[in-house]
Design a binder for this molecule. Structure first.
Ligand SMILES: [Zn+2]
Ligand SMILES: [Zn+2]
Length: 495
Protein backbone atom coordinates (compact mmCIF):
# COMPACT_ATOMS: atom_id res chain seq x y z
CA UNK A 1 0.00 0.00 0.00
CA UNK A 2 2.85 2.38 0.84
CA UNK A 3 4.65 1.60 -2.38
CA UNK A 4 1.44 2.03 -4.36
CA UNK A 5 0.61 5.37 -2.74
CA UNK A 6 4.12 6.62 -3.36
CA UNK A 7 4.20 5.50 -7.00
CA UNK A 8 0.90 7.26 -7.65
CA UNK A 9 1.88 10.43 -5.81
CA UNK A 10 -1.09 9.88 -3.53
CA UNK A 11 -1.59 10.25 0.21
CA UNK A 12 -1.56 6.83 1.87
CA UNK A 13 -4.76 7.52 3.81
CA UNK A 14 -6.50 8.62 0.66
CA UNK A 15 -5.52 5.42 -1.14
CA UNK A 16 -6.58 3.09 1.68
CA UNK A 17 -9.87 4.90 2.09
CA UNK A 18 -10.50 4.74 -1.63
CA UNK A 19 -9.66 1.01 -1.89
CA UNK A 20 -11.47 -0.04 1.29
CA UNK A 21 -14.47 2.25 0.99
CA UNK A 22 -14.01 3.53 4.57
CA UNK A 23 -11.34 4.66 7.01
CA UNK A 24 -11.03 1.37 8.88
CA UNK A 25 -8.01 0.05 6.97
CA UNK A 26 -5.48 0.90 9.65
CA UNK A 27 -7.61 0.01 12.67
CA UNK A 28 -6.64 -3.63 12.32
CA UNK A 29 -3.17 -4.91 11.71
CA UNK A 30 -3.25 -5.05 7.87
CA UNK A 31 -0.37 -7.55 7.74
CA UNK A 32 -2.57 -10.04 9.54
CA UNK A 33 -5.75 -9.78 7.57
CA UNK A 34 -6.86 -8.05 4.45
CA UNK A 35 -10.62 -7.69 4.12
CA UNK A 36 -11.81 -9.69 1.09
CA UNK A 37 -13.35 -6.60 -0.55
CA UNK A 38 -10.11 -4.65 -0.01
CA UNK A 39 -8.14 -7.49 -1.52
CA UNK A 40 -10.49 -7.64 -4.51
CA UNK A 41 -10.32 -3.85 -4.92
CA UNK A 42 -6.54 -3.91 -4.80
CA UNK A 43 -6.41 -6.70 -7.31
CA UNK A 44 -8.74 -4.87 -9.67
CA UNK A 45 -6.77 -1.64 -9.35
CA UNK A 46 -3.32 -3.17 -9.80
CA UNK A 47 -3.87 -6.30 -11.88
CA UNK A 48 -2.01 -8.34 -9.25
CA UNK A 49 -3.83 -11.67 -8.60
CA UNK A 50 -5.58 -11.90 -5.24
CA UNK A 51 -3.51 -14.92 -4.25
CA UNK A 52 -0.30 -12.93 -4.72
CA UNK A 53 -1.70 -10.12 -2.58
CA UNK A 54 -2.64 -12.61 0.14
CA UNK A 55 0.89 -13.98 0.08
CA UNK A 56 2.12 -10.55 1.16
CA UNK A 57 0.28 -10.84 4.46
CA UNK A 58 1.44 -12.96 7.42
CA UNK A 59 -0.94 -15.71 6.37
CA UNK A 60 1.94 -17.79 5.04
CA UNK A 61 3.05 -18.52 8.63
CA UNK A 62 -0.34 -19.96 9.53
CA UNK A 63 -0.01 -23.62 10.47
CA UNK A 64 3.76 -23.51 10.85
CA UNK A 65 4.50 -20.68 13.28
CA UNK A 66 1.10 -20.19 14.87
CA UNK A 67 -2.12 -22.20 14.51
CA UNK A 68 -4.29 -19.38 13.18
CA UNK A 69 -3.95 -15.72 12.35
CA UNK A 70 -6.61 -14.09 14.49
CA UNK A 71 -7.22 -10.46 13.46
CA UNK A 72 -6.93 -9.02 16.97
CA UNK A 73 -5.78 -11.50 19.64
CA UNK A 74 -2.12 -11.67 20.58
CA UNK A 75 -0.35 -14.27 18.55
CA UNK A 76 2.81 -15.97 19.67
CA UNK A 77 5.93 -15.08 17.69
CA UNK A 78 4.19 -12.10 16.10
CA UNK A 79 5.14 -8.61 17.21
CA UNK A 80 2.02 -6.54 17.80
CA UNK A 81 1.90 -3.19 16.06
CA UNK A 82 1.70 -0.39 18.61
CA UNK A 83 -1.06 1.60 16.99
CA UNK A 84 -1.00 4.62 19.31
CA UNK A 85 -1.04 7.99 17.51
CA UNK A 86 -0.66 6.77 13.97
CA UNK A 87 1.72 3.92 14.94
CA UNK A 88 4.39 6.32 16.14
CA UNK A 89 4.23 5.59 19.84
CA UNK A 90 4.14 2.53 21.94
CA UNK A 91 6.05 -0.61 21.13
CA UNK A 92 7.63 -1.17 17.80
CA UNK A 93 5.98 -4.02 15.95
CA UNK A 94 8.39 -3.94 13.07
CA UNK A 95 12.16 -4.23 12.96
CA UNK A 96 14.52 -3.19 10.19
CA UNK A 97 18.03 -3.76 8.92
CA UNK A 98 19.93 -0.61 7.92
CA UNK A 99 21.91 -2.66 5.40
CA UNK A 100 18.79 -4.02 3.73
CA UNK A 101 17.18 -0.58 3.60
CA UNK A 102 20.30 0.76 1.87
CA UNK A 103 20.31 -1.96 -0.75
CA UNK A 104 16.67 -2.17 -1.70
CA UNK A 105 13.59 -0.55 -0.33
CA UNK A 106 11.63 -3.53 0.85
CA UNK A 107 10.08 -4.26 4.19
CA UNK A 108 10.37 -7.95 4.97
CA UNK A 109 7.65 -10.12 6.47
CA UNK A 110 10.18 -11.69 8.85
CA UNK A 111 10.74 -8.30 10.48
CA UNK A 112 7.38 -8.72 12.19
CA UNK A 113 8.46 -11.97 13.90
CA UNK A 114 9.72 -11.86 17.46
CA UNK A 115 12.48 -14.47 17.02
CA UNK A 116 13.98 -12.63 14.04
CA UNK A 117 16.48 -10.34 15.73
CA UNK A 118 19.32 -10.28 13.25
CA UNK A 119 19.60 -9.96 9.50
CA UNK A 120 20.38 -13.27 7.78
CA UNK A 121 21.97 -11.43 4.84
CA UNK A 122 24.09 -8.88 6.65
CA UNK A 123 24.53 -10.84 9.89
CA UNK A 124 24.00 -7.67 11.89
CA UNK A 125 21.55 -6.92 14.65
CA UNK A 126 18.14 -5.62 13.58
CA UNK A 127 16.87 -2.36 15.03
CA UNK A 128 13.32 -1.42 15.82
CA UNK A 129 13.62 2.21 16.75
CA UNK A 130 15.36 5.38 15.67
CA UNK A 131 18.88 5.56 17.15
CA UNK A 132 18.60 9.32 17.21
CA UNK A 133 15.27 9.99 18.93
CA UNK A 134 14.19 6.53 20.09
CA UNK A 135 10.76 6.48 18.46
CA UNK A 136 9.44 3.17 17.13
CA UNK A 137 10.14 2.22 13.53
CA UNK A 138 6.87 2.94 11.69
CA UNK A 139 7.51 4.06 8.10
CA UNK A 140 3.82 4.38 7.36
CA UNK A 141 3.53 7.26 9.79
CA UNK A 142 5.71 9.28 7.40
CA UNK A 143 2.46 9.86 5.67
CA UNK A 144 -0.27 8.97 8.12
CA UNK A 145 -0.74 11.73 10.60
CA UNK A 146 1.88 14.38 11.00
CA UNK A 147 4.92 12.63 9.53
CA UNK A 148 6.75 13.73 6.46
CA UNK A 149 4.51 13.84 3.38
CA UNK A 150 5.40 11.40 0.65
CA UNK A 151 4.31 13.66 -2.11
CA UNK A 152 7.28 14.84 -4.06
CA UNK A 153 9.82 12.54 -2.38
CA UNK A 154 11.92 10.69 -4.92
CA UNK A 155 12.58 7.67 -2.72
CA UNK A 156 10.20 5.55 -0.75
CA UNK A 157 10.34 6.99 2.75
CA UNK A 158 11.05 3.65 4.42
CA UNK A 159 14.39 4.81 5.71
CA UNK A 160 13.51 8.07 7.49
CA UNK A 161 12.49 8.44 11.06
CA UNK A 162 9.06 10.09 10.91
CA UNK A 163 9.75 11.94 14.16
CA UNK A 164 13.20 13.44 13.67
CA UNK A 165 14.00 12.78 10.01
CA UNK A 166 17.11 10.73 10.83
CA UNK A 167 18.31 8.58 7.92
CA UNK A 168 17.94 5.09 9.37
CA UNK A 169 20.26 3.58 6.78
CA UNK A 170 23.12 5.25 8.59
CA UNK A 171 22.23 3.68 11.93
CA UNK A 172 25.10 1.91 13.65
CA UNK A 173 24.45 -1.84 13.92
CA UNK A 174 25.86 -4.32 16.37
CA UNK A 175 27.60 -7.60 15.77
CA UNK A 176 25.58 -10.73 16.29
CA UNK A 177 26.72 -13.78 18.25
CA UNK A 178 27.30 -16.66 15.79
CA UNK A 179 25.15 -19.02 17.84
CA UNK A 180 22.26 -16.57 17.60
CA UNK A 181 22.38 -16.24 13.82
CA UNK A 182 22.78 -20.03 13.51
CA UNK A 183 19.81 -20.64 15.77
CA UNK A 184 17.69 -18.11 13.89
CA UNK A 185 18.65 -19.74 10.59
CA UNK A 186 17.44 -23.14 11.80
CA UNK A 187 14.14 -21.59 12.88
CA UNK A 188 13.66 -19.85 9.53
CA UNK A 189 14.50 -23.13 7.78
CA UNK A 190 11.88 -24.89 9.93
CA UNK A 191 9.30 -22.40 8.64
CA UNK A 192 10.26 -23.17 5.06
CA UNK A 193 10.31 -26.94 5.52
CA UNK A 194 7.34 -27.15 7.89
CA UNK A 195 9.51 -29.44 10.02
CA UNK A 196 11.91 -28.69 12.82
CA UNK A 197 14.97 -30.74 13.61
CA UNK A 198 14.67 -31.27 17.35
CA UNK A 199 17.72 -32.68 19.10
CA UNK A 200 16.93 -36.21 20.22
CA UNK A 201 13.41 -36.27 18.78
CA UNK A 202 14.22 -36.20 15.08
CA UNK A 203 11.98 -34.08 12.91
CA UNK A 204 8.91 -32.64 14.57
CA UNK A 205 6.12 -30.61 12.95
CA UNK A 206 7.18 -26.97 12.82
CA UNK A 207 4.07 -25.86 14.69
CA UNK A 208 4.84 -28.20 17.61
CA UNK A 209 8.47 -27.15 17.66
CA UNK A 210 7.63 -23.45 17.75
CA UNK A 211 4.99 -24.11 20.39
CA UNK A 212 7.53 -25.77 22.68
CA UNK A 213 10.17 -23.10 22.02
CA UNK A 214 7.73 -20.38 22.99
CA UNK A 215 6.89 -22.32 26.13
CA UNK A 216 10.56 -22.66 27.02
CA UNK A 217 10.97 -18.91 26.59
CA UNK A 218 8.16 -18.46 29.10
CA UNK A 219 10.02 -20.82 31.44
CA UNK A 220 13.17 -18.71 31.03
CA UNK A 221 11.15 -15.80 32.34
CA UNK A 222 10.85 -17.49 35.74
CA UNK A 223 13.37 -15.89 38.09
CA UNK A 224 14.64 -19.25 39.35
CA UNK A 225 15.11 -20.62 35.83
CA UNK A 226 16.82 -17.40 34.76
CA UNK A 227 19.19 -17.55 37.74
CA UNK A 228 20.01 -21.17 36.96
CA UNK A 229 20.78 -20.53 33.29
CA UNK A 230 22.95 -17.52 34.03
CA UNK A 231 24.90 -19.44 36.67
CA UNK A 232 25.37 -22.55 34.54
CA UNK A 233 26.03 -20.97 31.17
CA UNK A 234 27.74 -17.67 31.88
CA UNK A 235 25.28 -16.09 29.43
CA UNK A 236 23.89 -12.69 30.26
CA UNK A 237 20.19 -12.44 30.97
CA UNK A 238 17.81 -9.55 30.26
CA UNK A 239 18.44 -6.55 32.46
CA UNK A 240 14.88 -6.21 33.69
CA UNK A 241 11.49 -7.76 33.31
CA UNK A 242 9.06 -6.32 30.80
CA UNK A 243 6.27 -4.24 32.29
CA UNK A 244 3.33 -6.52 31.65
CA UNK A 245 2.95 -9.12 34.39
CA UNK A 246 1.55 -11.88 32.24
CA UNK A 247 3.51 -10.85 29.23
CA UNK A 248 5.06 -13.13 26.72
CA UNK A 249 8.31 -13.22 24.77
CA UNK A 250 6.94 -10.51 22.48
CA UNK A 251 6.85 -8.10 25.41
CA UNK A 252 10.62 -8.02 25.80
CA UNK A 253 12.70 -5.35 24.14
CA UNK A 254 14.59 -6.41 21.03
CA UNK A 255 17.98 -6.53 22.78
CA UNK A 256 16.52 -8.66 25.58
CA UNK A 257 14.88 -11.01 23.09
CA UNK A 258 18.31 -11.55 21.59
CA UNK A 259 19.74 -12.49 25.00
CA UNK A 260 16.85 -14.85 25.69
CA UNK A 261 17.19 -16.56 22.32
CA UNK A 262 20.88 -17.24 22.96
CA UNK A 263 19.90 -18.70 26.34
CA UNK A 264 17.22 -20.80 24.66
CA UNK A 265 19.69 -22.17 22.12
CA UNK A 266 22.03 -23.08 24.98
CA UNK A 267 19.20 -24.74 26.92
CA UNK A 268 18.42 -27.00 23.94
CA UNK A 269 21.97 -28.34 23.90
CA UNK A 270 22.22 -32.01 24.93
CA UNK A 271 18.44 -32.05 25.00
CA UNK A 272 16.81 -32.98 27.33
CA UNK A 273 19.57 -33.58 29.86
CA UNK A 274 20.80 -30.03 30.31
CA UNK A 275 17.25 -28.73 30.49
CA UNK A 276 16.05 -31.33 32.98
CA UNK A 277 19.14 -31.04 35.13
CA UNK A 278 18.64 -27.31 35.38
CA UNK A 279 14.91 -27.49 36.10
CA UNK A 280 15.54 -29.95 38.93
CA UNK A 281 18.41 -28.00 40.36
CA UNK A 282 16.30 -24.85 40.44
CA UNK A 283 13.23 -26.67 41.71
CA UNK A 284 11.05 -25.81 38.75
CA UNK A 285 7.98 -28.05 38.69
CA UNK A 286 6.17 -29.52 35.72
CA UNK A 287 3.36 -26.99 35.81
CA UNK A 288 5.12 -24.01 34.21
CA UNK A 289 6.64 -26.31 31.62
CA UNK A 290 3.23 -27.17 30.19
CA UNK A 291 1.17 -24.26 31.46
CA UNK A 292 -1.51 -23.22 28.95
CA UNK A 293 -0.22 -25.64 26.35
CA UNK A 294 -2.88 -27.39 24.41
CA UNK A 295 -2.15 -29.83 23.06
CA UNK A 296 1.19 -30.78 24.62
CA UNK A 297 3.27 -32.47 21.93
CA UNK A 298 3.92 -36.02 23.18
CA UNK A 299 7.70 -35.83 22.64
CA UNK A 300 7.80 -32.80 24.91
CA UNK A 301 5.33 -34.21 27.41
CA UNK A 302 7.55 -37.17 28.24
CA UNK A 303 10.37 -34.74 29.02
CA UNK A 304 8.20 -32.43 31.12
CA UNK A 305 6.91 -35.53 32.91
CA UNK A 306 10.35 -36.05 34.36
CA UNK A 307 10.32 -32.86 36.36
CA UNK A 308 8.85 -33.22 39.82
CA UNK A 309 5.17 -32.61 40.21
CA UNK A 310 3.65 -30.29 42.68
CA UNK A 311 2.14 -33.25 44.51
CA UNK A 312 5.64 -34.24 45.56
CA UNK A 313 5.83 -37.27 43.29
CA UNK A 314 9.48 -37.92 42.69
CA UNK A 315 10.70 -37.54 39.12
CA UNK A 316 12.07 -40.58 37.42
CA UNK A 317 15.79 -40.71 36.73
CA UNK A 318 17.01 -39.76 33.28
CA UNK A 319 19.28 -42.30 31.68
CA UNK A 320 22.06 -41.52 29.28
CA UNK A 321 22.88 -43.45 26.17
CA UNK A 322 26.58 -43.64 25.35
CA UNK A 323 27.23 -41.61 22.18
CA UNK A 324 28.27 -44.61 20.07
CA UNK A 325 25.83 -43.81 17.29
CA UNK A 326 23.53 -40.96 16.28
CA UNK A 327 19.78 -41.51 16.36
CA UNK A 328 19.49 -41.81 12.54
CA UNK A 329 22.31 -44.36 12.56
CA UNK A 330 20.52 -46.35 15.24
CA UNK A 331 17.27 -46.18 13.30
CA UNK A 332 19.11 -47.43 10.23
CA UNK A 333 20.45 -50.40 12.20
CA UNK A 334 16.96 -51.10 13.49
CA UNK A 335 15.51 -51.11 9.97
CA UNK A 336 18.34 -53.28 8.64
CA UNK A 337 18.30 -55.80 11.51
CA UNK A 338 18.57 -59.44 10.43
CA UNK A 339 16.53 -60.87 13.25
CA UNK A 340 13.39 -59.78 15.01
CA UNK A 341 15.28 -59.81 18.27
CA UNK A 342 17.98 -57.48 17.01
CA UNK A 343 15.36 -55.16 15.55
CA UNK A 344 13.65 -55.08 18.90
CA UNK A 345 16.87 -54.20 20.73
CA UNK A 346 17.54 -51.30 18.37
CA UNK A 347 13.95 -50.21 18.73
CA UNK A 348 14.36 -49.97 22.49
CA UNK A 349 17.62 -48.02 22.09
CA UNK A 350 16.03 -45.61 19.59
CA UNK A 351 13.22 -45.00 22.03
CA UNK A 352 15.68 -44.42 24.87
CA UNK A 353 17.50 -41.86 22.73
CA UNK A 354 14.28 -39.93 22.33
CA UNK A 355 12.80 -40.57 25.77
CA UNK A 356 15.54 -41.05 28.34
CA UNK A 357 13.22 -42.79 30.75
CA UNK A 358 13.52 -46.53 31.33
CA UNK A 359 10.05 -46.96 32.83
CA UNK A 360 8.37 -45.09 30.00
CA UNK A 361 10.18 -47.05 27.29
CA UNK A 362 9.60 -50.38 29.02
CA UNK A 363 5.89 -49.61 29.27
CA UNK A 364 5.74 -48.73 25.59
CA UNK A 365 7.57 -51.78 24.34
CA UNK A 366 5.99 -54.15 26.80
CA UNK A 367 9.08 -55.55 28.53
CA UNK A 368 10.29 -55.19 32.07
CA UNK A 369 12.28 -52.23 33.37
CA UNK A 370 15.16 -54.58 34.17
CA UNK A 371 15.33 -55.76 30.59
CA UNK A 372 15.58 -52.21 29.27
CA UNK A 373 18.11 -51.23 31.91
CA UNK A 374 20.24 -54.29 31.16
CA UNK A 375 20.14 -53.62 27.43
CA UNK A 376 21.16 -50.03 28.03
CA UNK A 377 24.09 -51.12 30.22
CA UNK A 378 25.16 -53.63 27.64
CA UNK A 379 25.02 -51.05 24.84
CA UNK A 380 26.87 -48.42 26.84
CA UNK A 381 29.60 -50.81 27.98
CA UNK A 382 30.09 -52.97 24.92
CA UNK A 383 28.98 -50.79 22.04
CA UNK A 384 26.74 -51.37 19.01
CA UNK A 385 28.35 -54.72 18.17
CA UNK A 386 26.87 -56.28 21.30
CA UNK A 387 23.37 -55.75 19.90
CA UNK A 388 23.92 -58.23 17.09
CA UNK A 389 25.37 -61.19 19.00
CA UNK A 390 24.02 -61.50 22.49
CA UNK A 391 22.45 -64.86 21.73
CA UNK A 392 22.86 -66.30 25.17
CA UNK A 393 20.27 -68.97 25.65
CA UNK A 394 20.08 -70.09 22.05
CA UNK A 395 21.48 -73.21 20.55
CA UNK A 396 24.34 -72.89 18.15
CA UNK A 397 24.11 -75.60 15.52
CA UNK A 398 27.87 -76.17 15.35
CA UNK A 399 28.08 -77.05 18.99
CA UNK A 400 25.53 -79.88 19.01
CA UNK A 401 26.87 -83.31 19.63
CA UNK A 402 24.51 -85.03 17.23
CA UNK A 403 23.51 -84.46 13.63
CA UNK A 404 19.88 -83.43 13.07
CA UNK A 405 19.04 -86.93 11.66
CA UNK A 406 20.63 -88.56 14.70
CA UNK A 407 18.59 -86.32 16.99
CA UNK A 408 15.43 -87.30 15.15
CA UNK A 409 16.44 -90.97 15.53
CA UNK A 410 17.06 -90.40 19.24
CA UNK A 411 13.66 -88.80 19.73
CA UNK A 412 12.01 -91.74 17.97
CA UNK A 413 13.84 -94.17 20.24
CA UNK A 414 12.96 -92.22 23.39
CA UNK A 415 9.32 -92.16 22.31
CA UNK A 416 9.21 -95.96 22.38
CA UNK A 417 9.70 -96.25 26.14
CA UNK A 418 11.88 -95.65 29.16
CA UNK A 419 15.60 -95.25 28.48
CA UNK A 420 18.11 -94.95 31.34
CA UNK A 421 20.79 -92.28 31.43
CA UNK A 422 23.53 -94.89 31.01
CA UNK A 423 21.83 -96.37 27.94
CA UNK A 424 21.41 -92.89 26.51
CA UNK A 425 25.06 -91.99 27.15
CA UNK A 426 26.24 -95.19 25.47
CA UNK A 427 24.00 -94.53 22.49
CA UNK A 428 25.32 -91.01 22.05
CA UNK A 429 28.97 -91.91 22.63
CA UNK A 430 28.67 -94.53 19.89
CA UNK A 431 27.59 -91.86 17.44
CA UNK A 432 29.60 -88.76 18.28
CA UNK A 433 32.61 -90.23 20.02
CA UNK A 434 32.14 -88.23 23.20
CA UNK A 435 30.50 -89.27 26.39
CA UNK A 436 27.86 -86.61 27.20
CA UNK A 437 27.70 -85.11 30.69
CA UNK A 438 24.54 -84.95 32.76
CA UNK A 439 23.46 -81.59 31.35
CA UNK A 440 23.84 -82.72 27.78
CA UNK A 441 21.92 -85.88 28.53
CA UNK A 442 19.16 -83.77 30.03
CA UNK A 443 18.89 -81.47 27.06
CA UNK A 444 18.99 -84.27 24.50
CA UNK A 445 16.40 -86.26 26.38
CA UNK A 446 14.12 -83.22 26.42
CA UNK A 447 14.93 -82.43 22.82
CA UNK A 448 15.65 -78.82 23.60
CA UNK A 449 18.48 -76.56 22.62
CA UNK A 450 20.35 -75.77 25.79
CA UNK A 451 20.23 -76.04 29.50
CA UNK A 452 18.56 -72.75 30.22
CA UNK A 453 15.33 -71.47 31.60
CA UNK A 454 13.96 -71.62 28.11
CA UNK A 455 15.08 -75.23 27.83
CA UNK A 456 13.58 -76.17 31.13
CA UNK A 457 10.23 -74.87 29.99
CA UNK A 458 10.16 -77.18 27.00
CA UNK A 459 6.87 -78.92 26.75
CA UNK A 460 5.13 -75.64 26.26
CA UNK A 461 6.21 -73.82 23.19
CA UNK A 462 9.68 -72.87 22.19
CA UNK A 463 11.52 -71.94 19.06
CA UNK A 464 14.13 -74.62 19.44
CA UNK A 465 11.74 -77.57 19.60
CA UNK A 466 10.81 -77.14 15.99
CA UNK A 467 14.38 -77.42 14.84
CA UNK A 468 14.78 -80.68 16.75
CA UNK A 469 11.80 -82.23 15.09
CA UNK A 470 9.93 -82.73 18.33
CA UNK A 471 6.68 -83.20 16.47
CA UNK A 472 3.39 -82.02 17.74
CA UNK A 473 4.63 -79.06 19.69
CA UNK A 474 3.64 -75.80 18.09
CA UNK A 475 6.63 -73.58 17.57
CA UNK A 476 6.44 -69.86 17.19
CA UNK A 477 8.26 -68.16 14.38
CA UNK A 478 9.91 -65.66 16.65
CA UNK A 479 10.25 -65.56 20.40
CA UNK A 480 7.49 -63.78 22.22
CA UNK A 481 8.35 -60.79 24.33
CA UNK A 482 8.10 -62.99 27.37
CA UNK A 483 10.63 -65.38 25.85
CA UNK A 484 12.94 -62.52 25.03
CA UNK A 485 12.76 -61.35 28.58
CA UNK A 486 12.91 -64.60 30.48
CA UNK A 487 15.60 -66.16 28.34
CA UNK A 488 17.79 -63.28 29.35
CA UNK A 489 18.51 -62.58 25.71
CA UNK A 490 18.49 -58.91 26.29
CA UNK A 491 20.50 -58.80 29.44
CA UNK A 492 23.88 -59.64 30.74
CA UNK A 493 27.07 -59.74 28.77
CA UNK A 494 27.74 -63.46 28.73
CA UNK A 495 27.12 -65.87 25.91
ZN1 LIG B 1 20.09 -6.79 6.14
ZN1 LIG C 1 14.15 9.71 15.08
Amino acid sequence: MMRLAHANVERLTYLTTWVGGDRSFWTHDPDRRLRPDVRAGLSAATGVPEGAIDALTLKRFEGTLFPALAPRATIRWLMPLGKGSGYRHGRAGLAFCPGCLSEDQHLRQEWRLSFVTCCPRHVTALLDSCPSCGSAYAPLSNDLGRGRAWLGERELPFAWCPECGHDLRRSPTGEVAPELSRFQATLLAALEDDAMEWPGAGEVPALEGFDVLHQLLAVLRLPEAQRGVVAASDLTGPARMPGRRNGSFEDWALADRRLLLVQLAWLLGEWPHRFLGLMRLQGVTRRPLVYNMSPIPPWYDVVAEQVSQRNGKRPRPVVTLAPHLSLPAMQARRDAADTELERRRWDILCRLAQTPDVVEVARHVGVSDQTVRALLRRYNDLGPGAMVRANRGRAEPGRRLLQPEQEAELQAWLAQGRVSNAELADWMEARCGRRPNATSLWTYRRGCGVHSREGRRVGGSSGSTKRLGNGGIPATACPTLEDVDSAGMLDGGQV
